[in-house]
Design a binder for this molecule. Structure first.
Ligand code: MTE
Length: 588
C-alpha cells in the first residue's frame, strides 16, 4: 500500500512537464511499476545523464532543487527570484496536527536510502527518500539527512521559494518534538553569510546570499579603472574570513606519479616580500555577463546579469610563474603536467571549496602575466574580491580567477571542481537539459570579443534641443587580443560610424595601443558624439567591436543562445527616444 502511495506521488511529479529522473536502487520497484503500467514509451524516459548534468550544474551554483521544482511548477517561477524562507508559510506544526510526533533521535536514524531519508523543517518531519533521486543537486541533499534543512537552505538561498515548500509539504510524515524544535531554532540562527562584508548600495543585486551584484552601466564608463566598491561581485559561497597572520598558501607539484611530495607553503608576508611586486591592469568578465539579453530571447538558467558583470582594475602581487619556480617547477614538468589547479578557501556546508584550473602554459609563461594579487587598484584586496590573495589570470574568464586562494596544484588533469567540469561551458542552441553532456565541451578559458553601450541607458530620452548625443561604452576581448575598433550605429545597424577608443582617463591618450601584441588585458572605453537624426523620434543604438585577430561580435543572439546563457556577446542594442521641442504658443 505504502509503495503504491509513493508510486502515485512519483507519477504526479514525473508526469508534470515530462519530468525525468534516474532509477536508484531504492526506487527500482517504483520504476518497474511505472514502466509496466503507467508510463510506456518515450514520454517516460529515465535519463541518468540528464540528471547528472543538471545536478552538477545546480549543485555548485546553489541552485539545488530549483530546477526540478521549476519543472514541477511548469516554469512558473524564475530561479533567481524568490522570497526569503521567513516570509513563506510552510506547513508548520499546529497543535491540532494529527501527524505523529518524532524525537530528533528518531529523525537522525533516517540518513540513508535503506533506512529512509528524513529531514526537518520548521518543526515538521519529512520523509524525502523518494525525492533524493530527483534532487538536481544530486547527493548534496544527503548532507541534510537526519537533520534540519535550514542551514543548507540558508547557504543555497535559491530554495527560498514557495513552490519548494509546496513540494516539501507532500513528504510530511510528522512533527518534531517541541523540546527538539527549541534546540534546533537556536542552532539554525547561525547564518553562514553573517560575516559577509558591507557593500555599496548602488550595486544592483542579482542574488543576496551568496552575494552577486553589478554596478549600474553608466558607472562603468565613468573611469577607465573600475573603483573597487563598484566592481561587480560574483560569489558562489559565503565570503570566508581569513586571518592574514596565519594565512598560508600551499603549492603542490606532485610529479607524474605523485612521488615528489613536499611542495611549498607561503605566508602572506613571504608572498609580499620574497617575490618582486608586479602590476597588471586587467579586465575581468563573468561568463554570464549580458545573460539577460539571452534570457529575453529564450529562457536560460542562471543569474540575470545585465551588462555590468565586467570591470577593469589594476592588480598587484607576485607573479604566479615566480612562485611556481620557487616551489620547484622546472620546464621538465611540462612533460607530464598540463594544468594548474586553484582551490579557494570559501566552502559549502559539506566542506567543498570553490575550484578551477587554467592551462599550465598560461600559468608559467613569462608574458601570461598571471598574478597572485594582494592589491586591487592600489588598495589591499577587498574581502569580496578575494582577500588576502586571489589569482589574476588576464584574458581569461572570471571563473578561473580564483579568490581567497588556499592551494595551487600543478597537475596532469583539470580541476575536478563542479565549476570546471559541469559549469562555465558553452553549448549549441540545440542542446537542452535532456541532451546536455558536460564532458563534450571544453571549460571556458579565453573569452570572445565583447562590447556594450553604457550611455545612454536603454529607454532613455534625449532632448531634440541638444542637437547631438554622446554615446559611451566598453569593449574587450579575451586572450590578450586587443580591441582595434568599435563600430556604432544609431539606425539599428544600417549605417555605422567608428567610435573613439580610450585606454586611460587622460584625454591625450585617445586611440592608443598600450600593450605589446597578445598582452592587451585591459578593456577600451569608447565614445562617439553624433547629431540627433532629424527624421525619427527613436534611435536604435548598436555597437560591435573588432579585436586584433579580426574577431567580431555576432549580430544576433539566437544563433549563440545556450541553455546556461554564457558567452552572450551579440551586438548590443539600446533604444533612445528623442523628445521633440515644445511648440511656441501662438496666443502670446
Ligand atoms: N573564487 C572563489 N574562491 N569563489 C567564487 O565564488 N567566483 C568566480 C571567480 N572566483 C569565485 C571565485 C567567478 S564566477 C567570477 S566571475 C569572479 O571570481 C568574479 O570576481 P569578482 O567577484 O572579484 O568580480
Amino acid at each position: 500500500m505504502l509503495l503504491l502511495q509513493r508510486c502515485s506521488r512519483l507519477t504526479r511529479l514525473c508526469s508534470i512537464n515530462s519530468y525525468r529522473h534516474p532509477v536508484t536502487p531504492a526506487l527500482a520497484p517504483c520504476a518497474a511499476h511505472f514502466s509496466s503500467d503507467t508510463h510506456r514509451g518515450s514520454e517516460f524516459r529515465w535519463s541518468r545523464r540528464w540528471t547528472q548534468a543538471v545536478a552538477g550544474l545546480l549543485a555548485g551554483t546553489g541552485a539545488v532543487l530549483v530546477y526540478a521544482l521549476n519543472q514541477h511548477k511548469a516554469e512558473k517561477a524564475d530561479a533567481i527570484t524568490g522570497q526569503p524562507v521567513d516570509n513563506l508559510s510552510p506547513s508548520s506544526p499546529s497543535s491540532s496536527s494529527s501527524l505523529p510526533i518524532f524525537s530528533q533521535e528518531e529523525v537522525s536514524r533516517h540518513r540513508s536510502l535503506q533506512d529512509g531519508v528524513w529531514v526537518t523543517f520548521k518543526g515538521g518531519v519529512y520523509d524525502i527518500t523518494e525525492f533524493v533521486a530527483m534532487h538536481p543537486g544530486g547527493n548534496k541533499i544527503m548532507l541534510a539527512a537526519g537533520g534540519a534543512v535550514e542551514p543548507f537552505w540558508a547557504l543555497y538561498a535559491v530554495h527560498n521559494q514557495e513552490h519548494v515548500l509546496e513540494i516539501l509539504s507532500e513528504y510530511k510524515v510528522g512533527e518534531l518534538r517541541a523540546e527538539d524544535q527549541k534546540k534546533q531554532q537556536s542552532l539554525n540562527q547561525s547564518d553562514p553569510f553573517s560575516s559577509d562584508p558591507e557593500r555599496h548600495p548602488v550595486l544592483r543585486i542579482n542574488n543576496l546570499k551568496p552575494f552577486n551584484a553589478e554596478p549600474p552601466p553608466e558607472i562603468l564608463t565613468e573611469s577607465y579603472v573600475t573603483p573597487n566598491l563598484f566592481f561587480f561581485k560574483r560569489n558562489h559561497l559565503p565570503v570566508p574570513r581569513v586571518d592574514p597572520k596565519t594565512y598560508k598558501l600551499q603549492i603542490e607539484i606532485p610529479g607524474p606519479t605523485g612521488e615528489r611530495g613536499g611542495g611549498l607553503s607561503l605566508s602572506l608576508d613571504e608572498l609580499k616580500n620574497k617575490f618582486p611586486k608586479h602590476t597588471v591592469t586587467a579586465t575581468i568578465q563573468c561568463a554570464g555577463n549580458r545573460r539577460s539579453d539571452m534570457h529575453k530571447v529564450k529562457n536560460v538558467k542562471g543569474l540575470n546579469w545585465g551588462i555590468g558583470a565586467i570591470g577593469n582594475a589594476t592588480w598587484s602581487g607576485a607573479k604566479l610563474r615566480d612562485v611556481l619556480l620557487a616551489a620547484g617547477y622546472t620546464s621538465d614538468d611540462a612533460n607530464w603536467a598540463r594544468h594548474v589547479q586553484f582551490e579557494g578557501l570559501d566552502q559549502d556546508v559539506g566542506g567543498t571549496t570553490y575550484g578551477a584550473s587554467i592551462p599550465l602554459r598560461k600559468a608559467v609563461s613569462e608574458d601570461g602575466d598571471c598574478l597572485l594579487a594582494y592589491e586591487m587598484n592600489g588598495e589591499e584586496l577587498p574581502l569580496d574580491h578575494g582577500f588576502p590573495i586571489r589569482v589574476i589570470v588576464p584574458g581569461t574568464v572570471g571563473a578561473r580567477n580564483v579568490k581567497w586562494l588556499g592551494k595551487i596544484i600543478i597537475s596532469d588533469v583539470e580541476s575536478s571542481s563542479h565549476w570546471q567540469q559541469n559549469d562555465y561551458k558553452g553549448f549549441s542552441p540545440c542542446t537542452d537539459w535532456d541532451t546536455v553532456d558536460y564532458k563534450t565541451a571544453p571549460a571556458i578559458q579565453e573569452l570572445p570579443i565583447q562590447s556594450a553601450i553604457t550611455v545612454p541607458a536603454d529607454g532613455a530620452t534625449v532632448d531634440r534641443s541638444d542637437e547631438e548625443v554622446t554615446l559611451k561604452g566598453y569593449a574587450w576581448s579575451g586572450g590578450g587580443r586587443e580591441v582595434v575598433r568599435v563600430d556604432v550605429s544609431i539606425d539599428g545597424g544600417k549605417t555605422w560610424k567608428i567610435a573613439q577608443l580610450k585606454s586611460s582617463d587622460k584625454p591625450q591618450d585617445d586611440v592608443v595601443t598600450t600593450a605589446p601584441p597578445g598582452q592587451a588585458w585591459a578593456w577600451k572605453l569608447w565614445e562617439l558624439t553624433v547629431p540627433l537624426p532629424a527624421d525619427t523620434e527613436e534611435m536604435e543604438v548598436v555597437c560591435k567591436a573588432v579585436d586584433s585577430s579580426y574577431n567580431m561580435q555576432p549580430d544576433s543572439i539566437l544563433p549563440i543562445w545556450n541553455l546556461r546563457g554564457v558567452l552572450s556577446n551579440a551586438w548590443h542594442r539600446v533604444k533612445v527616444k528623442i523628445q521633440e521641442e515644445e511648440e511656441e504658443d501662438d496666443d502670446e
